[in-house]
Structures are given as structure tokens and as C-alpha cells.
Ligand binder design. Sequence first.
Ligand SMILES: Cc1cc2nc3c(=O)[nH]c(=O)nc-3n(C[C@H](O)[C@H](O)[C@H](O)COP(=O)(O)OP(=O)(O)OC[C@H]3O[C@@H](n4cnc5c(N)ncnc54)[C@H](O)[C@@H]3O)c2cc1C
Ligand code: FES
Length: 285
Amino acid sequence: MYKIVDKTELAASVKRIEIEAPEIAKKILPGQFIMLRVDEPGERIPLTVVEKNIDQGTITLIFQEIGRTTKKLAALEIGEDVLDLIGPLGHSTEIKKYGAVVAIGGGVGVAEILPVAKAYRSVGNQVIGIIGARTKELIILEKEMRSACDQLYVTTDDGSYGEKGFVSDILKRILTNHLITPACQVLVGGQSPNYPDLVYAIGPLPMMKVVTEVTRPYQIKTIVSLNPIMVDGTGMCGSCRLEVGGETKLGCCDGPEFDGHLVNWDLIILRNKRFLEEEKKALDR
Ligand SMILES: Cc1cc2nc3c(=O)[nH]c(=O)nc-3n(C[C@H](O)[C@H](O)[C@H](O)COP(=O)(O)OP(=O)(O)OC[C@H]3O[C@@H](n4cnc5c(N)ncnc54)[C@H](O)[C@@H]3O)c2cc1C
Ligand code: FES
């Protein structure tokens, strides 16, 4: 059993919980995730560890309530337990000095990009953050991302906060019109374009797909963190299989990060819809 020691609401249906899990806190690295089961008849779901506190032996998860399990998790209060946690799982992010890194988070993906942005900056990269959500109320962790990045752009689909549009629109603008200076200020105009050395995106699948289409013509290395449906998270069931560069890969063991230019997006988008009927029934129950 793993006790919830803190809980806050970051936005409508987005919760942040801190759980006592000292062994995981000691080992987990940016980019890795855990599998969590709320109770005995429940399914396991993958969630990224957003923060850890080794001294207090806790990990922080941020999740959106979208179905039965995330709603059950959100209903737990401080002092209550989740049944089990398995982790760290997946490969950690390769943290090295690239130069200028654009870190993009969409929706609850902002929570997942935060530790990655911090880690890239901690080794001397200049980090330009772009975060977005449908509306102002759904923007999370803006303050934290501002301090994790050298520069931050915020977008909302409806224009209720930040710039109106999608995170990919800002990326497109940076690449087509602007310069990224070594001081990491994006300047209008200029002579020779200075592109980012790496783009890293986490968010809804259609968003990540568009980001890879924006960077493809520039041949900028683009990493995405994929969210295929996982059952065991340890390579046993095949549920999370994907096609990357024409080869079959497992999201849990080979990922969750992949070269976005090699991902078969149509396949993962299709496969993630395969239990829609069952998910709806489970939620109704
Ligand atoms: C490596 C990884 C890290 C993730 N990290 C986060 C995170 O930090 N915060 C967050 O809010 N979400 C995260 N997710 C997505 C999260 O796991 C799903 O939202 C959750 O499983 C939905 O469960 P549910 O029962 O509430 O909803 P359901 O009704 O079961 O599903 C709703 C939708 O969520 C997706 N989904 C369902 N089951 C799974 C599953 N077992 N694995 C993956 N996706 C599933 C499907 O697209 C489905 O249509 C992550 C997914 C992966 C693969
Ligand atoms: S979740 Fe079962 S193999 Fe990846």
C-alpha cells in the first residue's frame, strides 16, 4: 500500500498527488513512469513521475481524470492508499548538452515536460518552453515552467490566455521567421536562421504528430513521449506495441520516448481507440 500525503487540484479535472514511495523516489529519472493500481479489481495505468523527493521518500504524479481509473484515483484523499505501484519503468530521457532545446507540452503533457525541461537546463542547454491547452482554465504549471525554461510561450486554442492557436504554431513561427540566439531570445528578422538542436514534445497524439511534421523539413531531431495503452508495463502483453521506423517496438520497454519522425502515427492513433466502447461502459458503471 502506498499512502497519499498531499493532493491539490491544478485545473478542472487535473490533480496533483504526492505518494510515499521511497524506493521509487530513490531510483526514478526524468522520462520514466510507474504503473499504478488503485484497488483490487482495478486495472493498472501508466503515469509519469513529475517530481521526486528522496529525503521525504515521495513521488509526485499529475493526471487528468478521463476515465474510470483516473477518476477513482482522483477521489482518494490525503491519508488514503493506492494498492500498488510498479516502477521505475521505461527508459529515462538522455540528458546531455545539445545547445538550444524546445520543450513542448500540451494539456496534461505540461506536467510530463516539466522534469525533462529542468533536466535539460541543468546540464547547460538553453530551454525554450511552449505550453498550451484548450482554454485558460486548463493551463497548468505555468510558473514552474517559467522557472524551468529560459523563455516560455503559452497558447490556448480559444485565445482566452497567451497566444491564440496551437503550440505547433509557435514552433512553426520560431523556425520560419525568427532566430534563436545563443542567449536564447527569439528575435524577429535576422540573417542566418539558427535552429534549435532538439525539439521534445509531450501531449495528445495529434499534437505530437503535427510537431513532427513542422520539424521534419528542417531535419531537427524531434523526440516524442508516446502514450500507447499499457497493461503490464513490463513487456509481457504486447498491448503497447507501435511501429517505429518500420519495426515493431514496445512503448513500455523500448520507450516511452521515440524519434518522432519515425513513428507510424496513424497506427498508434488507431490502436489507442480500440477499447473506446469498453472504456465508456467502465466509466458508466
Ligand atoms: C508512459 C505513459 C505515461 C503517462 N503519463 C501520464 C501522466 O503523467 N498524466 C496523465 O494524466 N496521463 C498519463 N498517461 C495516460 C494515462 O495512462 C491514461 O490517461 C490512463 O491510463 C487512462 O485511464 P482511465 O481508466 O482513467 O481512462 P480510460 O477510460 O481507460 O481511457 C481513456 C483513454 O486513455 C488512454 N488509455 C487507457 N488506458 C490506458 C493505459 N493503460 N495506458 C495508456 N493509455 C491508456 C486511451 O487513449 C483511452 O482512450 C500516460 C500514458 C503512458 C503510456
Ligand atoms: S504494456 Fe504490456 S508489453 Fe508494454
